[in-house]
Design a protein around this ligand. Structure first.
Ligand code: NDP
Ligand code: 2IT
Length: 449
C-alpha cells in the first residue's frame, strides 16, 4: 500500500510542476490517480506504456481569439478554447462552457473527467471540453448570436461528426447550440451531427434536455435500491436552477419526492412546502425564457425564503443533488448534510464536492454518487443523438428514456463491480477504475500514439 501512496505522490509532484496554477485539474487528476494507481502498479503493461502520464496530457488544445461587437457598436474580445483530451475510444465528445471563470485549467479538469465519464456510458465517445470566458448573462439574443458566430468561425475547422462533437454545459443551452450550429453549417456547407443538444426540428434528440437531471435521479434510485430505499416520500435539496437542476427537480417530483431548495450564484431559495409542478413550470419560464434570477421565486411564492449568498446544504434533507458548479460542497457542508440525516448524494454537477467533503461522505458510508457516474446521462443521450443523426432518423421519447435508464443502470453495475468493499460500495473508486480500464485497454491496443 505504501508503494502505491509513494507512486501517487511522485506522479502528482510531476503533474503539479508541469501544470502550475491549474488547481481544479490537479484536484480531478489526484482523485483518479488514487483510485487507479493500485491497478497500474499491479499491471506491468500499463506501467510500461505510461498510460496515466499519457492520459493527463491532452492530445491537442486549441486556443483562439473571439472578437465580437455588442449592440452599442463596442468591440469585445474573449478567449475561446477546445481541449481534445483523449480519442482512444471514440471522437472527442464534451460540452462547451461560457462563464467568466473559464480558463485553461478549469477546462482541462472538465475534459479529463469527461474521458472517464464517457467510457462509463458504454457508447463510443472520447473526451473533450471547451468554452469561453464570455458571460452570456445580461447579453441580448443578438449579442449572444454574434458571439457564437465568432466562436464557431474558428472552432468549425477543428470539429466534425467523427472527430470532435461539442454540446452544452454552463451558459450554453438550446439557444447557443442553435446559433453555433447555424454558423457551422454555413461555413462547412454540411448538415451533420457536429453538435448535440440541438433543437428537435434540426436533428436534436428527445430527452436530451432532460437527460442529465433525469439520469442523476435514476442513478440515485439505483443507489437507494441497494439499501431497500426509494425516492418516494424523501425530501431533496437541489442546487442550481439551470438545465440540470430543473430536470432533476422534475424527476424527483414524478417519483414522489419533495424538492425544497434551488439556487444560483446569488443565493438559495427554500420552500419547505415543496417546489411542485406548477412552481417548477414558473421557474423554467423564469430561467429559460425571461432569463431572471432565482431570488424572484420568493416574490412570487409566499412562504418561501431567499437566503442571499448561501448554498442549500444546511437545509434538512434526505437526498442532495448538487447541480450548479464545481466545489460547491465543502467538508463542513458535507458534515452538515450527513448530520441532518442526508443518506444519498447524487452529483448532477461536475466535481461539486471538495476532496475533504468526499472524504466525509465516504467515511460516513452514505450513498455517494460522484459526477462522472451520476451525471453521465447527459452525454449518454448526446451519444444517442449522434447515433440517430448518423441514421438520419429519430427515436421515440419512450425509447430514448428507456435507453437512458438502461445506461444509468449499467453504470451503477460497473461501479459496484469495481467499487464494492465489504458491504459498502465506494462509487468513486468504482467509477474511476471502470472508466480507466476501458480507456487503458484501448490505448494499449493502439500503441504509443
Ligand atoms: P446552466 O447554465 O443551465 O445552469 C447553471 C446553474 O448553476 C445556474 O443556476 C447558475 O447560477 C449556477 N452556477 C453556475 N456557476 C456558478 C457558480 N460559480 N456559483 C454558484 N452557482 C453557479 O448549466 P447546467 O445546468 O447545464 O450545468 C450545471 C452543472 O452540471 C455544471 O457543473 C455542468 O458542468 C454539469 N453538467 C451539465 C450537463 C448538461 O448536460 N448540461 C451534463 C453533465 C454535467 P447563475 O445563473 O447565478 O450563474
Ligand atoms: O459535462 C458533461 O457531461 C456535459 N456538459 C455534456 C456533454 C455532452 O457532450 O453532452
Amino acid at each position: 500500500m505504501s508503494k502505491v501512496i509513494d507512486s501517487v505522490s511522485a506522479f502528482m509532484e510531476r503533474l503539479v510542476a508541469k501544470n502550475p496554477s491549474q488547481p481544479e485539474f490537479i484536484q480531478a487528476v489526484h482523485e483518479v490517480a488514487e483510485s487507479v494507481m493500485p491497478i497500474i502498479e499491479s499491471t506491468p503493461a500499463y506501467r510500461k506504456a505510461r498510460l496515466l502520464e499519457r492520459l493527463v496530457e491532452p492530445e491537442r488544445i486549441i486556443i483562439f481569439r473571439v472578437p465580437w461587437v455588442d449592440d452599442r457598436g463596442e468591440v469585445h474580445v474573449n478567449r475561446g478554447f477546445r481541449i481534445e483530451m483523449n480519442s482512444a475510444i471514440g471522437p472527442y465528445k464534451g460540452g462547451l462552457r461560457f462563464h467568466p471563470t473559464v480558463n485553461l485549467g478549469l477546462l482541462k479538469f472538465l475534459a479529463f473527467e469527461q474521458v472517464f465519464k464517457n467510457a462509463l456510458t458504454t457508447i463510443m465517445m472520447g473526451g473533450g471540453k471547451g468554452g469561453s470566458d464570455f458571460d452570456p448573462k445580461g447579453k441580448t439574443d443578438n449579442e449572444v448570436m454574434r458571439f457564437c458566430q465568432s466562436f464557431m468561425s474558428e472552432l468549425f475547422r477543428h470539429i466534425g461528426p467523427d472527430t470532435d462533437v461539442p454540446a452544452g454545459d454552463i451558459g450554453v443551452g438550446g439557444r447557443e447550440i442553435g446559433f453555433l450550429f447555424g454558423q457551422y453549417k454555413k461555413l462547412a456547407n454540411r448538415f451533420c451531427g457536429v453538435l448535440t443538444g440541438k433543437g428537435l426540428e434540426y436533428g436534436g434528440s428527445l430527452i436530451r434536455p432532460e437527460a442529465t437531471g433525469y439520469g442523476s435521479v435514476y442513478f440515485a434510485q439505483e443507489m437507494l435500491a441497494t439499501r431497500g430505499e426509494s425516492i418516494k416520500g424523501k425530501v431533496a435539496a437541489v442546487s442550481g436552477s439551470g438545465n440540470v437542476a430543473q430536470f432533476t427537480t422534475e424527476k424527483v417530483l414524478e417519483l414522489g419526492g419533495k424538492v425544497v431548495t434551488l439556487s444560483d450564484s446569488n443565493g438559495t431559495i427554500v420552500d419547505l412546502d415543496g417546489i411542485n409542478e406548477e412552481k417548477l413550470a414558473w421557474v423554467m419560464d423564469l430561467k429559460n425564457v425571461r432569463r431572471g434570477r432565482i431570488g424572484e421565486y420568493c416574490d412570487k411564492f409566499k412562504g418561501s425564503e431567499f437566503r442571499a449568498n448561501k448554498r442549500p446544504w444546511d437545509v434538512k434533507c434526505d437526498l442532495a443533488f448538487p447541480s450548479a458548479t464545481q466545489n460547491e460542497i465543502s467538508a463542513e457542508d458535507a458534515r452538515t448534510l450527513v448530520g441532518n440525516g442526508c443518506i444519498c448524494v447524487s452529483e448532477g454537477a461536475n466535481m461539486p464536492t471538495e476532496p475533504e467533503g468526499v472524504d466525509v461522505f465516504l467515511g460516513t458510508k452514505i450513498l455517494y454518487g460522484p459526477g462522472k457516474a451520476a451525471n453521465a446521462g447527459g452525454v449518454a443521450v448526446s451519444g444517442l443523438e449522434m447515433a440517430q443523426n448518423s441514421q438520419f432518423y429519430h427515436w421515440r421519447r419512450e425509447e430514448v428514456d428507456a435507453r437512458l435508464q438502461g445506461i444509468m443502470r449499467s453504470i451503477h453495475e460497473n461501479c459496484v463491480k469495481y467499487g464494492a468493499e465489504d458491504g459498502f460500495v465506494n462509487y468513486v473508486r468504482g467509477a474511476n477504475i471502470a472508466g480507466f480500464v476501458k480507456v487503458a485497454e484501448a490505448m494499449l491496443a493502439q500503441g504509443v500514439v
